[in-house]
Write a protein that binds this ligand. Structure first.
Ligand SMILES: Cc1ncc(COP(=O)(O)O)c(C=O)c1O
Length: 407
């Protein structure tokens, strides 16, 4: 009998792997399993529990048997709550057929790319960026066109850089504001400048990933491209979700607002992979969007306090520098000076990957190298952790750096 050939993954997975962030998390958990007390500053999720009113809505959905398949891309009740959210918070009016709900903003982003990219279509991605973007684009047959946005430009894409990146094949510009990993925010002035370039490039649409909309530390109103440049709205897609604002990462609800034809194409993708998002989570998401918003504001105030603390502590470590992020819950620290020190290089630490490995192995603090976000020479620390854990981890890292420099 012929033997089953050795397994090899499909070629469409070439160059695509489980993300480095997940690998670091697994390594940290392995150390914990061996009895080490590792502090995880690598996680991309709020550490707060889901607010009680939202949990109760989920429990109630179970008790009232809302446990069957729902409409493919979201119940009408959830779509109505999402429409109210867009109207209330962004001044944007959408119809039901312009809204789609998936299992997290991640699935929704994947649906968009699968439904719209033809082989070779280009997606402009400002770096540093959330790494999943690049792999998702590739899986969908597209080509990521990465544009580095240096720190002295606020980690933001300039109008000139956008203009230079646009080609005949450009299909999308993917903007994330506030940004993971830098916390950078595009103001309405920044969006106007980018919008002016896009006006001359009528094939190019915008995917606005607004998932961190509610984690911002100034009173400046939130700006999103569809509201700032209403004439571009027919080619703007807005991605959002309940994961970050309502501490609901495990519930897996994300949503998108887009022109109806695009929503219909996304429904085709979702119908053949996962069908509807969880019925119970959808009921809970209605309460999140329609219910009291005090916890969102309270969590944001807590994050702001932790941000100030972690940035101060980072800047107290020799040769590490960190500017104050405007949003999200990550500090993005520059470690290039440290990596240039002969005593550090002499110990085999020549890049941000090796430095983060040192912090994990020697200081038992898990942080993510900037290379994972397309920004070598940096590292990302999540401050979705208690103040005492932040203080302890940064003290360990400082002692570790001092040891490195003393050798
Ligand atoms: C920038 C960005 N977009 C989208 C997501 C996906 O969020 P979710 O799938 O939990 O809704 C994340 C999660 O970390 C993110 O950082």
């Amino acid at each position: 009998m012929e033997r089953w050939a050795e397994f090899s993954a499909a070629t469409k997975l070439d160059g695509i792997g489980v993300s480095e962030i997940i690998r670091i998390g697994a390594q940290a958990r392995a150390l914990v399993a061996k009895g080490h007390d590792v502090i995880m500053l690598n996680a991309g999720e709020p550490d707060f529990p889901t607010p009680d009113n939202i949990k109760l809505a989920g429990i109630n959905a179970i008790l009232t048997n809302q446990t069957r398949y729902t409409a493919l891309d979201g119940t009408l009740a959830l779509k109505a709550a999402i429409r109210r959210k867009f109207l209330r918070e962004n001044g944007l009016d959408f119809a039901d057929d312009e809204i789609s709900v998936g299992a997290g903003a991640k699935q929704v982003l994947f649906n968009i790319l699968m439904a719209t990219l033809n082989p070779g279509d280009e997606v402009i991605v400002p770096l540093p960026c959330w790494t999943s973007y690049l792999d998702m684009i590739k899986l969908a047959g597209g080509v990521p066109v990465c544009v580095s946005c240096p720190e002295d430009a606020g980690f933001r894409l300039s109008a000139d850089a956008l203009r230079a990146a646009i080609t005949e094949r450009t299909r999308w510009l993917l903007l994330n504001s506030p940004s993971n990993p830098t916390g950078a925010i595009y103001s309405s002035a920044h969006l106007h400048a980018l919008g002016a370039v896009l006006r001359d490039a009528c094939r190019v649409g915008v995917i606005a990933d607004d998932i961190y909309e509610h984690v911002r530390y100034s009173d400046v109103p939130f700006a999103t491209m569809a509201a700032v440049c209403p004439d571009l709205r027919p080619r703007v897609v807005i991605v959002n979700g309940v994961s970050k604002a309502y501490s609901m990462t495990g519930w897996r609800i994300g949503y998108v607002a887009a022109p109806a034809q695009m929503i219909a194409a996304m429904a085709v993708v979702q119908s053949q992979c996962s069908s509807n998002p969880c019925s119970i989570s959808q009921a809970a998401a209605i309460e999140a969007l329609d219910g009291p918003q005090d916890s969102v504001r309270a969590h944001c105030r807590d994050f702001q306090q932790r941000r100030d603390m972690i940035v101060d502590l980072l800047n107290s470590i020799p040769d590490i520098r960190c500017t104050l992020p405007d949003g999200a819950f990550y500090a993005f620290a520059d470690v290039r000076t440290l990596l240039a020190r002969p005593s550090v290089i002499g110990q085999g630490i020549t890049d941000d990957m090796a430095l983060c490995q040192f912090f994990l192995n020697e200081c038992h603090v898990a942080v993510v190298p900037g290379s994972c976000f397309g920004a070598p020479g940096y590292m990302r620390l999540s401050y979705a952790s208690s103040e005492s854990m932040i203080a302890l981890s940064l003290a360990r890292m400082k002692a570790g750096v001092e040891r490195l420099l003393a050798q």
